[in-house]
Ligand binder design. Structure first.
Ligand code: MN
Length: 293
């Protein structure tokens, strides 16, 4: 059965937090995977990394990591100083993940998070810069046994990879067994003509999968067609992780960066979010069962 995961910022309004608390919580609720932003790993000592990893092992949680890359480290930048700084920064993040025996990094991991604030008639030069950077970074990923996933995100969060087709083309151009592809239902709902077709297009190259509604509430709460989504995952024989990435509370760094300007859940108490997390497992398991996953 596919491993089911949850993104830490379902609960936390800031990107950094007490990771050990959420490792325990995710396990207690019944998840197999906890995902969080990778940047805070750079501020952790090796002892801290090891203690988080051993706690995760103890409670049966796999840790996976995501990035909304700080534009100060934009590896697609035409400014060579910024680009090279970004390459170094991302290599260091991959090394930290490697120290924890981590297997997966995803997100807006190939360019600064956001879109250029100027007229962009042709994104190819930015894409070329990103690819040049990634061919360097991927060597560190190979050395550390980390699969470096590119995530196709919607047009408001990035310009280089908006669709499954663009993710495949990018991965092909990097040409490494350690480059992966992540699809996310929230982003696909905006960019793809058909979510089912996008999943089938990536097929057995799909490394990881994010779930979230059209408005980033928990699956089943909005208007996405989950039969189409799980039907397509079953059709491609998808066996990898399914990590839910809902953002339902306004405020904090997360509210600012994800653009959550109202609460999307009636009760924002921790107990209520815990109950919603348990519902996510129940919903996703029932859909997997329905489609024989
Ligand atoms: Mn995502």
């Amino acid at each position: 059965m596919n491993k089911l995961g949850i993104f830490m910022n379902f609960w936390e309004k800031n990107w950094d937090a007490d990771h050990s608390r959420y490792i325990k919580k995710a396990a207690k609720i019944g998840f197999d995977v906890l995902e969080f932003q990778a940047q805070p790993l750079l501020d952790m000592t090796d002892e801290k990394l090891k203690s988080l990893k051993s706690l995760a092992d103890e409670v049966g949680i796999e840790l996976t990591y995501s990035l909304g890359l700080d534009p100060a480290y934009d590896v697609s930048s035409p400014d060579e100083k910024i680009r090279l700084g970004g390459v170094d920064y991302l290599k260091r993040i991959v090394e930290q993940i490697g120290k924890m025996d981590g297997k997966l990094l995803s997100g807006v991991s190939y360019a600064g998070w956001g879109t250029p604030p100027y007229v962009l008639d042709d994104k190819r030069p930015l894409l070329e810069n990103s690819l040049k950077s990634m061919r360097e970074i991927i060597k560190t990923a190979e050395d550390n046994g980390v699969v470096y996933c590119v995530e196709a995100v919607n047009r408001f969060e990035g310009c280089l990879i908006n669709t499954a087709q663009e993710a495949i083309a990018y991965a092909d151009e990097v040409g490494s067994k350690n480059i992966g592809i992540l699809l996310d239902t929230y982003h696909m709902n905006i960019e793809e003509n058909s979510i089912g077709d996008a999943i089938r297009l990536v097929g057995n190259r799909l490394t990881s999968f994010h779930t979230g509604e059209n408005n980033r509430t928990a699956p089943g709460r909005g208007h996405l067609n989950w039969d189409e989504i799980f039907g397509a995952l079953a059709e491609i024989g998808y066996k990898n992780r399914i990590v839910c990435e809902p953002f339902v509370m306004q405020g904090g760094e997360v509210g600012r960066d994800i653009h959550v300007f109202r609460d999307l859940i009636a009760d924002t108490s921790e107990e209520s979010i815990d109950r919603e997390a348990a519902y996510i497992i129940e919903f996703e398991k029932s859909m997997m069962q329905k489609y024989g996953m």
